[in-house]
Design a protein around this ligand. Sequence first.
Ligand code: FES
Length: 321
Amino acid sequence: MSSDSERLLVRQARWVARDVVELRLTRPAGGALPPWEPGAHVELTLPSGLRRTYSLCGDIADGQAWTVAVHRAPDGRGGSREIHDTALVGRELEVRGPVNRFPLMPAEGYLLLAGGIGVAPLLPMARELTARGLPWRLVLGARDRSRLAYAEELVALGGDRVLLVPQDEAGLPDLAAELAATPPAHAVYACGPRPMLDAVTALCRAADPPRTPHLERFTAAVSELPGESAPRSGEFEVVLNRSGLRMTVPAHRSVLDVVREKLPDVPYSCEEGYCGSCETPVTAGLPDHRDTVIDPAERPTATTMMICVSRSASPVLELDL
Ligand code: FES
């Protein structure tokens, strides 16, 4: 993530669905914020010091504010609970970014697949594609109607290009049918819980010709990743080849934590294994991959690792740092 950061005021909070609060962030004295593109995210430092990344979901034409939507994840790692349980309006938060690792790539049209709060980065994409006059379709699934964030706004924007799928009434979205109806020259973007993204990936691989979806992994995936409640395995040594450093990674700390003490500029963002910013080449040793960036099928031959969550299956791990 960019090291540019500034303190922004939480100007407004509003509910956009059950358990989803939207925060509007502005400069304390007003004024234009840096521009951003659909798919971008920012990192908030919460009052407790926790850092969390959220997709920008406002309108790119609104240069005065950045907007994020936060789903309360009761079994998450504490960030969303803090946002929901703290009176943040009127307070300032440190905000870094924006950074975009989920950009709209050129295509003849777009299929946007959202699960729950995964709609956040896809909403500005739908606005942008409408402004560009490009064909798009958006499918938003959630457990029930009360959890379909931004449903009214999406329908107003796209009419019958938007399909809302409340699971208690209609079951899961028919991803296979959606993909089959999408021309090969159209791009597929998906953001949502891990099982949904795994299904999209599998269907795209099996398509003829196979297609490569653009995925943003977060929300439900986070609670499944090693975190506060998941045990880390034991201690191991890390050798940083380029820096000539050797250090111990204790059982309760991540490689990233330990490396940052010596190399404070090492890149990172989500610290939860889904954004890919901390991807680091491994020159020797056996990584224990715990991220959701590297496809499980590619783990045995992967030559890199996400040092924020992955660990070592060998006593020593050598990294190209
Ligand atoms: S910081 Fe995001 S994958 Fe490691």
